[in-house]
Design a protein around this ligand. Structure first.
Ligand code: HEC
Length: 129
């Protein structure tokens, strides 16, 4: 009995220290994407909930993780920016089903323009680099 209890405690301690190690080694956990504040605000309102590392929406975060966005390579970032502009322009994102449930997350025309203009100009600037 005592040994079993001891084992469980050791395991628990291991998990805790592994988690602590991971958090201290992995700086992306607290890193916000580098974006102008107005862009960030729109993304946080309507995109970040699904498109971030800790999202439960696996499909969404696989396609686009906005939490680690600034760690993407040049090519991947240009691609992602193009897709952001496109999905917003075509009203594909945020998904219609989601907006039925959370109508307040719908982007206004001004917010769409902020996202699209930013994604396009960032993409162009990156291509010149
Ligand atoms: C309710 C969750 C949800 C929200 C909110 C959301 N998305 Fe998505 N997004 C998804 C899912 C799920 C996919 C994957 C769709 C698929 O594979 O068919 C996706 C895919 C994408 C893709 C990849 C498209 C492709 O063809 O590969 C982009 C880019 C994207 N979203 C951008 C955004 C932007 C920008 C916003 C905010 C304006 C946003 N999303 C808001 C769930 C969401």
């Amino acid at each position: 009995m005592i040994r079993k209890k001891h084992f469980v405690i050791t395991l628990f301690a291991l998990f805790v220290s592994a988690g602590w190690l991971k958090a201290s080694v992995n700086p992306t956990e607290t890193k916000a994407p580098v974006m102008p504040d107005n862009v960030k605000a729109v993304i946080e309102k309507s995109c970040f909930g699904c498109h971030n590392t800790d999202s439960k929406n696996d499909k969404a975060k696989e396609k686009l993780d906005l939490k680690t966005f600034d760690t993407l390579g040049k090519k991947e970032m240009i691609h992602a920016l193009g897709e952001i502009a496109e999905t917003v322009e075509e009203n594909e994102m945020p998904p219609a089903k989601f907006l039925e449930k959370f109508p307040d997350k719908k982007l206004t025309d001004a917010e769409k323009k902020i996202l699209i203009d930013w994604a396009k100009s960032e993409g162009k600037a990156l291509m010149k680099k």
